[in-house]
Design a protein around this ligand. Structure first.
Ligand SMILES: C[S@@+](CC[C@H](N)C(=O)[O-])C[C@H]1O[C@@H](n2cnc3c(N)ncnc32)[C@H](O)[C@@H]1O
Length: 264
C-alpha cells in the first residue's frame, strides 16, 4: 500500500471508527490493512468504506481486527503467579499501611472482553478474600466491553488456564461460560482511548498487557508518563511479556521483577 493511500485510509478510519492510526506503527498497520482488504469481498478501499458505512456488523469486525482483542484468563500464567505471590502481598502490606485507605485501586487498561479484570478479581478473592478493592477496566472497543459487562460468553480456549476449582467457583458449569455476578461487583467497565483520555490517579496497580505492541515509540512514551502519573508512589505497572520499558527511570518508574515496574 503506498503512502498516499495509507494517509487516506487513516483519515477514513479516524472518521468512521474514531481510531487514530497515527499512534500505531506504520509498517505493521499497513501490512495488516493490506491483508484485511484481501479477506473482505471489496475490491478497493473505497468500496470497503462504502460497505462499512452501511453495515454495522462489518464495521465491528473491522474494529476488532484493527484493535486485536485476543485475550484469556491468566494469560501468561507465570507472570500472573508472580503477581499473586509477590506483587499482591507487597501491595496489600505497603499500600494499605502507608496510605491508610480502605481498598486497593486497580486498573485493567486495554481489558478487551474482560478476562484480565476478572482474573484480578479471582486473584484477590483467593489471596485476600476480605480485602476491599475497586477495579477500573477500560478499552476502546465497544463490542469487547459489551461482552465484558455481560460476563461472557467465554470459550473453552479463554478459560483453559483456570483450575477445576476456579471453574467451579467462578463460572457457569457448561460451555459457553459466564463469570459469576459476585466477581463483577467491584469492577467498572468503561470505554476509553488510552492515547487520548485523561487518567484518574492513585492506582495501586495498572495492568496494561499486550496493548502497546502496535503503538509508535512516541505514543508509548506519552502513555508511560501518563501511567506513572496515575500510580500512587510505590504503585505497580504490570506490562506484557515483550513490552519492556527501556530507561523506566525517566518516567519515574523502576524495574521490580520481570514485567513489573514500581513508581518511586
Ligand atoms: C490483545 S488485547 C489485550 C487484552 C488483555 N490486556 C490481555 O493481555 O489479555 C489488546 C486490547 O487493547 C485495546 N486497545 C488497543 N488500542 C487501544 C487504545 N488506544 N485505547 C484503549 N484500548 C486499546 C484493544 O481494543 C484490545 O482489546
Amino acid at each position: 500500500m503506498d503512502a498516499n493511500i495509507y494517509t487516506q485510509i487513516k483519515a477514513s478510519i479516524k472518521q468512521s471508527l474514531k481510531i487514530d492510526l497515527e499512534n500505531y506503527k506504520d509498517e505493521q498497520m499497513r501490512r495488516r490493512l493490506d491483508s484485511w482488504l484481501i479477506r473482505t469481498r471489496a475490491n478497493t478501499w473505497n468500496d470497503y468504506f462504502n460497505l462499512i458505512s452501511r453495515d454495522a456488523d462489518e464495521l465491528e469486525r473491522f474494529r476488532n481486527y484493527l484493535t486485536i482483542n485476543v485475550t484469556e484468563f491468566f494469560r501468561d500464567a507465570n507472570r500472573w503467579n508472580a503477581l499473586k505471590e509477590e506483587i499482591l502481598p507487597y501491595l496489600l502490606k505497603n499500600s494499605m499501611e502507608n496510605r491508610k485507605v480502605e481498598g486497593l485501586k486497580l486498573w485493567s487498561a486495554g481489558c478487551s472482553i474482560g478476562a484480565e479484570a476478572y482474573t484480578l478479581a479471582m486473584m484477590i478473592a483467593e489471596v485476600a478474600p476480605f480485602q476491599k478493592y475497586f477495579i477500573l477496566a477500560t478499552d476502546l472497543d465497544r463490542g469487547a466491553l459489551l461482552k465484558a459487562r455481560s460476563r461472557g460468553p467465554y470459550t473453552q480456549e479463554d478459560i483453559r488456564n483456570l483450575s477445576l476449582v476456579q471453574r467451579q467457583k467462578y463460572l457457569t458449569s457448561v460451555s459457553p461460560f459466564y463469570v459469576s455476578d459476585g466477581l463483577q461487583k467491584n469492577i467498572r467497565f468503561e470505554e476509553q482511548d488510552l492515547l487520548a483520555a485523561r487518567f484518574d490517579n492513585n492506582f495501586d496497580l495498572i495492568v496494561c498487557r499486550n496493548v502497546v505492541i502496535y503503538f509508535t515509540t512516541e505514543a508509548k512514551d506519552k502513555l508511560y508518563a501518563k501511567f506513572s502519573a496515575a500510580l500512587r508512589p510505590g504503585g505497580i505497572l504490570f506490562m506484557g511479556g515483550t513490552e519492556i520499558i527501556s530507561g523506566p527511570t525517566k518516567y519515574g518508574l523502576q524495574n521490580f521483577g520481570i514485567s513489573f515496574y514500581k513508581k518511586f
